[in-house]
Design a binder for this molecule. Sequence first.
Ligand code: HEC
Ligand code: HEC
Length: 203
Amino acid sequence: MNQRCLELLLASALLLLVAPAFSAEDIEIARLATQVCANCHGPHGDSVSSAFPRLAGQQATYIEVQLKAFKDQSRGDPYAQAYMWGMASQLDEGTMKRLGAYYAAERPNPGRTGDAARMAKGKNIFNNGLPEAGILACASCHGENAQGKDAIPRLAGQHPEYLVKQLAAFKSMQRGNNPVMHAMTDKMSLEQMQAVAEYATSK
Ligand code: HEC
Ligand code: HEC
């Protein structure tokens, strides 16, 4: 047997070993993620620009729910309309679910520590809420480490600027499809949003 023949044999043996782990659907999802979504969200959902939220390590259910909300146009803030309505209109429910699982399996970005005074203020809001303004502790839903759960998003490792933009959109009702987050932000100042976003993303 010559060298080339041996290489081919080894390659096909390897393929047989690896093949059952990846279905045609998995390959299709990876192609969609790396060739389409990656243009904005980064090659592993780890975007570098705060205009584009990070998806790496995000909760699978949350991603799926958001893609549905873009498709039915119930998440209607201006960036959602401009960037995600058209994108999501092309996706069926099975694909949305698989994209959620794909990004949930990526390693989340590490948090970055911010300004000490803002971090202290943000930590207090995150862990205790602001009872006088009817704001609950963020940790009670988003988790002690801002990791999220099911349809509640991970905030840790996200771009703080993106989270501030979302908090403002919940408050103004531009992202008006979530009454809970509207109630949390209705009486929140921009300064408080910046503090809590900086703390939550640092986790
Ligand atoms: C042209 C740029 C662009 C492309 C391509 C794109 N997105 Fe987005 N995506 C955005 C922007 C901008 C936002 C933030 C919208 C906002 O501010 O409300 C977003 C938001 C999201 C969110 C919500 C994240 C969160 O934390 O709430 C999900 C999920 C998402 N995109 C998934 C995808 C998937 C999956 C693909 C590929 C099928 C994709 N996106 C392709 C620009 C893009
Ligand atoms: C009662 C539960 C609950 C509490 C308390 C809560 N959240 Fe949320 N939060 C949610 C849910 C559910 C969503 C997803 C909303 C959606 O599907 O549009 C969300 C979404 C968000 C988002 C959007 C993230 C993204 O990727 O677009 C931000 C930012 C956020 N919350 C921050 C906070 C902060 C800061 C606090 C504390 C002041 C807080 N939340 C308290 C349940 C909660």
